[in-house]
Design a protein around this ligand. Structure first.
Ligand code: ARG
Ligand code: ZN
Ligand code: CA
Length: 241
């Protein structure tokens, strides 16, 4: 089992409407989900079909948010898109804080039905981190079913730690660079029945890196965990150890 690594977190709440100025309680509900999902203590893990139980992995990554690391700013801008403008105060957004040693999370309306997006390791520190829409952040307050269990942030932090989508963003022959996740043809949505087969093997639809509903994704594989832990040893993400 991996030793616990703690990653300090900074949260930027960039709001237009008061509803988007989410409460501290909503923010901490998201940190709790990250800690459960990356600690392997999420209760829904018990739903994992026996066929996959040997493949589940525990990252043992802990996220720590101090009360004075929540920053808030009102903006007249209604949505921010995916071009990182929310990450620059010069563009009306909020600058990253200590990105070499902290996971920066921007909570703001992205628009175009996008729940969240992430920067992969090795990019510009000024834009490093994840962006999540307030309606899909945490488990209380403004969150909207079926993305009301905090799994958007789990998925995006997976990308931030170098994970690809489970279907490798291609058809049955596209790799996600993880050996123990089965090949898949495309994203799965909703809450798929088990087994769901698109290529020759059963899709791991309950993996956090698929596109299923929050209630229907609840595991990382051991290979994904190994990949996340490996990137924390590289210069791209070395500030936490
Ligand atoms: N980047 C994906 C999107 O915006 C996030 C998918 C998250 N899935 C979830 N069940 N929360 O569509
Ligand atoms: Zn994704
Ligand atoms: Ca794979």
């Amino acid at each position: 089992a991996y030793q616990q690594i703690t990653i300090p977190v900074v949260v930027h709440v960039l709001y237009n409407t008061q509803l988007q100025n989410i409460s501290d309680a909503q923010i901490f509900s998201q940190i709790d989900v990250l800690n459960a999902d990356f600690g392997g203590t999420n209760p829904d893990l018990s739903q994992l079909p026996g066929a996959f139980s040997g493949l589940q992995g525990t990252a043992n990554i802990h996220f720590e948010l101090a009360n004075d690391r929540i920053y808030r700013k009102q903006s007249s801008r209604e949505s921010w898109g995916t071009r990182d403008e929310m990450k620059y105060s010069s563009k009306g957004g909020m600058d990253a804080v200590d990105p070499e040693t902290h996971l920066n999370i921007w909570v703001c309306r992205i628009g175009s039905s996008i729940l969240g997006y992430a920067q992969f390791p090795g990019g510009n520190p000024k834009t490093d981190g994840v962006v999540i829409d307030p309606d899909f952040f945490g488990t209380t307050g403004s969150v909207q079913y079926p993305f009301n269990q905090g799994r958007t942030a789990t998925h995006e932090v997976g990308h931030w730690l170098n994970l690809r989508h489970i279907w490798g963003d291609g058809r049955c022959n596209a790799d996600d660079f993880v050996a123990d996740t089965p090949l898949s043809d495309r994203p799965n949505y909703g809450c798929p029945a088990f087994p769901t087969v698109h290529c020759k093997t059963t899709d791991m639809t309950m993996n956090f890196m698929d596109y299923t509903d929050d209630a229907c994704m609840y595991m990382f594989s051991q290979g994904q965990v190994d990949r996340m832990r490996a990137v924390l040893q590289t210069t791209a993400r070395s500030g936490y150890i």
